[in-house]
Design a protein around this ligand. Structure first.
Ligand code: FPP
Length: 266
């Protein structure tokens, strides 16, 4: 990645990602980071404000984190922006979240373009208000040829619904003789998920001290590492993303093998 940089520049770039004596190893970056942005409501409550104040400040955390991910060289970030269960929140809160989505997409288009970021969205997007769908589609189209980072927004998303849809679409192909049962394997299932063009998740980050997965990317996290922080989402910044990546890099990912096998490159 830094092959065209002088050694002194490499040292400078590396220094930027230092935490204590530890630096991010740019040769071992997680390809796909998925973030459960939790704690907006509690953050606001602590300050004696309404929940929606937390969501508004959550947008600042989104901006800084995405900028940080682009600087570090992460290829895909999926943000859990709105679950199918979130439709059950009070109407006013849902309306504010939908309006925030539209206004943020408009405001952050420059950030996306300046950082060569491609926007994608997964979920039951037809349930979104027409205005939000239109804004989302516009930004997706404008950024579709960007290549540095994919920002994948999970909106009106449910992992179980995603898997049910995959089953339905695979079954249709079997009924139409386009696919046989024998052919069904992990790749076929991957190819029928919303995330079909994305690598599996390497690292899941959840803020606010909660340790749940909440119906998020259930198939794609099969071998992900988990990082939990007590910070509420509106306080999360790029330096916290770097801490999470450094923590991830200190883990041994064995994928079912033994430590010895890994050390012997078996
Ligand atoms: C969880 O906190 C957060 C959400 C349900 C919404 C996340 C949305 C944003 C950060 C703003 C808009 C996003 C984008 C991508 C522009 P919570 O409300 O569940 O907090 P609580 O658990 O403290 O109640």
């Amino acid at each position: 990645m830094y092959s065209d940089l002088a050694e002194k520049d490499v040292i400078q770039v590396r220094t930027k990602f230092m935490k204590g004596n530890t630096i991010i190893d740019t040769s071992k970056l997680p390809k796909h980071i998925a973030i459960i942005m939790d704690g907006n409501g509690r953050w606001a409550k602590q300050k004696g404000k309404l929940r929606v104040f937390g969501h508004k400040n959550g947008v600042k955390a989104v901006r800084d984190t995405i900028e940080g991910a682009a600087e570090i060289g992460i290829k895909v970030v999926t943000l859990y922006a709105f679950s199918t269960e979130n439709w059950n929140r009070p109407k006013h809160e849902v309306d504010v979240l939908m309006n925030l989505l539209v206004s943020s997409l408009k405001k952050e288009l420059k950030l996306l373009q300046d950082n060569n970021i491609k926007l994608q969205a997964i979920g039951n997007l037809e349930k979104l208000p027409k205005k939000a769908q239109k804004e989302l589609n516009e930004v997706i189209t404008i950024t579709k040829n960007n290549t540095h980072l994919i920002l994948n927004l999970a909106i009106s998303y449910s992992a179980k619904e995603e898997i049910v849809n995959a089953f339905k679409n695979i079954s249709k192909k079997i009924v139409n003789n386009e696919l046989s049962i024998k052919e069904i394997d992990e790749n076929i299932i991957n190819n029928h998920l919303y995330t079909r063009n994305l690598p599996n998740v390497d690292l899941v980050i959840r803020t606010s001290g909660e340790k749940r997965i909440s119906n998020f990317l259930l198939w794609q996290i099969a071998y992900a590492e988990f990082y939990f922080t007590d910070l509420f989402w509106p306080d999360f910044r790029k330096k916290h993303l770097k801490e999470a990546i450094i923590d991830y890099q200190q883990r041994e990912r064995r994928f079912g093998k033994t430590s010895d096998q890994l050390q012997n490159n078996e």
